[in-house]
Design a protein around this ligand. Sequence first.
Ligand SMILES: [Cu+2]
Length: 287
Amino acid sequence: VFRSANRLYGAIIAASTCLVTTRSWATAQPWGTYLQPADTQVAEDIHTFGAMTFWIVGIITLFVLGLLVYVAVRFNAKANPVPSKTSHNTLIEVVWTIAPIMILLIIAVPSFRLLYEELVIPDAKMTIKVTANKWYWNYEYPEQGDIAFDSYMLKDEERTDPVKQPRLLAVDSPLVLPVGEVIRIQVTATDVIHSFAMQPFGVKIDAIPGRLNESWFKIENAGTFYGQCSELCGQNHAFMPIEIRAVTADQFAKWTEAAKTDLNAAKALLAEFDDENAKAPTTVAAN
Ligand SMILES: [Cu+2]
């Protein structure tokens, strides 16, 4: 029931966002207010779980509000001048102990299942190392011929296309990744604690100096995805966005080949990939 309620909600949101954008798959929408659309199974399951808890919290809130209104109307000094002296009611006391326990259990079981899904990394074919710095990201591809580069936010004067380069999100060198591949990310930092958060993939993991954290995702759609540092890390915390370009396996092979020798040439390929993917959107089935 929750899953279909969430699907319906998601469909309404998706339909309304389609009205305001004609772009192909891109997660950041002008005036977007809801969660970015899920692009991995994990993110989808997070949304479903969020919708479930939303309904549970909503129903409880309305129930308590109803009780308060009932008490205020029925038992105020005017309506009920002689109050009852009742101080115990065993049945009610048992119910208000057992019912919250049951509700917590109903929330806990899918919550732990979700945690397990996020934390247990399936057989990953590929590993990316992400290093956070004050205030930019460094990406390394140890298995693709030691490609490594820094990724800085584009300043206003560096943005040439306001649609393709959304303000405070677009970067000079995006992290390029293939769709349909289980990708392990290893995350660390050089100076202070940062956090690598990519909402459409359901990933948020702290980048801690001297520690190597890992997480994973499997991207389903080719496109551009945006995330941000999500740990207050200092003055330019808000200005170290994450941009991921998800491309097909063939395009990724082409990109790595170019990136090994010339990062700028590889970057130039991205516009080409965008055009190809706009013509034939690539979607990989979940699992
Ligand atoms: Cu940061």
